[in-house]
Design a protein around this ligand. Sequence first.
Ligand SMILES: O=C(O)C(=O)C[C@]1(C(=O)O)C=C[C@@H](O)C=C1
Length: 252
Amino acid sequence: MSNSTLHQVWPESAADSPEHKALAALRAQIDAVDDQLLELFQKRLDLAGQVGRAKDAPTGPHTKLRPDREKAVLAHVHGRAAAPHKEAVTGLWREIVGWGLAQQGQLKVQVWSPNEPARAFDGARQRFGRAADIRMVQDAEAALRFASDGGGVAVLAVNNDTPWWIGLRKEWAHLSVFEGFGGEVPSAFAVGPIDPAALPGGRRVVVSAGGDAGDGAGARRWGLHTHHGWTLALTEARIAPGGPEGCVGAVG
Ligand SMILES: O=C(O)C(=O)C[C@]1(C(=O)O)C=C[C@@H](O)C=C1
């Protein structure tokens, strides 16, 4: 194709066309909004860094991650967002909060899911964002030890052969479940040394001997798995983490 043909298809005067001017004006508005967003995002990052220094954790053995606060932040923006933008806003804020947490130290996540590794990895990435260092591991016990030693958090699949949740009532009693992945009946859980005061206020996760979650009358309960007489369940009963009913955490 010769230059003269090109000129015919896309004449120089197109730069002055009303369509081009309208496009350029819209892009100029986007540039201005980007400048504002950039300033506000960096301000938020700085504030998150200050929050990290101000809050107590981890003067104790807990991580800086505050699931209750993250849930409140996400609910707030989701509630304020216009209906067509709610999904986009929620996804973006997950990332924003992930980068906020990263100002306090990069979150490390070990994911164990022998049957559905890609699904579990994707769930972890969506939940903790690009800022987190997320790795697949081969050993659920090692992932729990990693979390217990303060290395980060573990995402563990509910798997027939490895009833890791029983350990939450035994050697890993200081770790808490704080997130479920896979919908109403989770197929994996996030576990970490979360300050019990910072657990999300959703359904409680219960690990009980003999299959009785000890619910109050009328509270809904989802049995997830039973192994050697130990049952993993979710309940709507308002029981206290660490209490005698076998509550090992909560999912948002
Ligand atoms: O509020 C806090 O504790 C924060 O650290 C800030 C922030 C956020 O960016 O909003 C970041 C990480 C926490 O897990 C919760 C919220």
